[in-house]
Write a protein that binds this ligand. Structure first.
Ligand code: GLV
Ligand code: GLV
Length: 346
C-alpha cells in the first residue's frame, strides 16, 4: 500500500513537490486555521509521516493514534517545545525533523524589539496613530519619550548585552549588535553544555569586544543592559525569568523574548514593568499564546511592545521553512535524505 502522510496546514507554494507524487496518499487539513485535534487524531491512523506546526502537540496521545507505521515527524519550526522529544526516535519512530533556516530572520526581529522596547515605540507609535502628536505638551522636547540607548554614547561608553542561551540565533543577534558599539557580552548556557572557550575567544577577537563570558544566571540578571532570551524553552527554562530574577535586573534594562513564552512569568514581568524594576520589554512570544486579549497584564503595560510570534515571518524565510519541512517529510517517509534532521540525543 502507498504510505500515507498527514499535513496539518496547506503550505501553499511549498506543496507541489509533495502533491505531484503518485506514490503517497496525502491528507491535508482543509481549513485556514489551526488543525483540530480530533481531525488529526482520526486522520493520523496508519500514517507514515506527519507534518505539524507549533500548535500541534506531538505527544504520546498522537503517537498512539498514529500506530506503528509512523516514521517521521516534520515540524515547520526550529523550536520543539510542542514535541515530546524523548518519545520521538524511541523504537518505532526513526527521526523527527526541524526547519533550521530561520536564524537570520529571528535575529533581525530580535534587534527590532530591542530598539522598539528601549525607545518607547509602544507609547510613541500608538500616540501618533491616535492623532495625538499635535497635543501641546507632546512636541519635540528634550526629555519627552526618552528611553535607554542600545548603542554606546558619550555619557555611557560601555554596553553589556546578555543572552539566556547562546546558540545560533543568539550569535547571529550578537553579530548584528557589534555596529552598535556593544562592549561586553555575557551569556548562560544549559546546565549540561560546556562553555566553548575557543569559540568565545574567537568571537571576542572578531568582534573586538572587551569581554565575552559565560556567567551564572545571577550575573546575567544583574549585569545585562539588554537581555535576550534565546533558549529552546521546555522544562529546564520554565519561568527562569520570574519575580526574583527581574528584581535583580537594572532599572534601565530591556528584556527581549524571541524564544518561548514559557521562559517568562508574565505576571511577574507585568509587575516589573509597572513598578519600574526594569525599563521595558519586547516580546514576540508569550505564555498562553495565542489566547492573548487586551486584558492581558502585559498587553496593558505601555512599556511592553508585543508582536504575535512573527519572528520568522518574512516571505523568504517562511517559504524556506515550508520547503524544508516538505523535503524532510518526503525524505523521512521514503528513507531518502532528510535535509534538516535533528538527531535524537544518544
Ligand atoms: C518559531 O517559534 C519556531 O520555532 O520556528
Ligand atoms: C533632532 O531632530 C535634532 O535635530 O536634534
Amino acid at each position: 500500500a502507498r504510505p500515507k502522510v498527514v499535513v496539518c496546514k496547506d503550505l501553499g507554494p511549498a506543496m507541489p513537490p509533495l502533491l505531484e507524487r503518485k506514490d503517497v496518499d496525502i491528507v491535508v487539513w482543509p481549513e485556514d486555521r489551526s488543525c483540530e485535534r480530533a481531525w488529526l487524531l482520526e486522520n493520523i491512523k496508519g500514517a507514515a509521516g506527519v507534518l505539524v506546526l507549533l500548535p500541534d502537540k506531538v505527544n504520546q496521545e498522537l503517537l498512539d493514534a498514529a500506530g506503528t507505521n509512523l516514521r517521521v515527524v516534520s515540524t515547520v519550526s526550529v523550536g520543539y517545545e510542542h514535541i515530546d522529544v524523548p518519545l520521538i526516535g524511541a523504537e518505532r519512530h526513526t527521526s523527527w525533523l526541524y526547519a533550521d533556516v530561520l536564524t537570520e530572520a529571528v535575529a533581525d526581529i530580535t534587534i527590532m524589539l530591542a530598539l522598539m522596547a528601549g525607545r518607547n515605540d509602544g507609547v510613541a507609535y500608538t500616540l501618533v496613530k491616535n492623532g495625538e502628536w499635535c497635543k501641546p505638551n507632546l512636541g519635540w522636547s528634550p526629555f519627552t519619550f526618552c528611553g535607554p540607548q542600545l548603542s554606546t554614547s558619550l555619557s555611557s561608553p560601555t554596553r553589556t548585552v546578555g543572552f539566556l542561551g547562546f546558540g545560533r540565533i543568539a550569535q547571529a543577534t550578537l553579530s548584528r549588535l557589534i555596529p552598535f558599539g556593544i562592549t561586553h557580552c555575557i551569556y548562560t548556557g544549559s546546565p549540561t553544555s560546556q562553555p566553548d572557550i575557543a569559540r568565545d575567544d574567537a568571537l571576542q577577537a572578531k568582534y573586538n569586544l572587551k569581554g565575552l563570558n559565560r556567567v551564572d544566571i545571577d550575573r546575567l540578571a544583574r549585569e545585562s543592559d539588554v537581555l535576550f532570551l534565546l533558549t529552546p524553552g521546555g522544562k529546564e527554562t520554565y519561568h527562569l525569568v520570574d519575580a526574583a530574577f527581574l528584581r535583580k535586573m537594572k532599572p534601565m534594562s530591556v528584556l527581549v523574548n524571541t524564544s518561548r513564552g514559557s521562559v517568562v512569568d508574565s505576571d511577574a514581568l507585568a509587575t516589573a514593568l509597572r513598578e519600574k524594576w526594569i525599563w521595558g520589554a519586547g516580546l514576540d512570544v508569550v505564555e498562553g499564546e495565542p489566547a492573548i486579549t487586551s486584558n492581558h497584564p502585559l498587553v496593558k503595560e505601555p512599556r511592553c511592545v508585543m508582536v504575535p510570534h512573527i519572528g520568522s515571518a518574512t516571505f523568504q524565510t517562511r517559504l524556506d521553512m515550508a520547503t524544508l519541512a516538505i523535503d524532510n517529510l518526503i525524505g523521512g517517509v521514503f528513507g531518502g535524505e532528510m535535509p534538516a534532521e535533528l538527531k535524537r540525543p544518544a
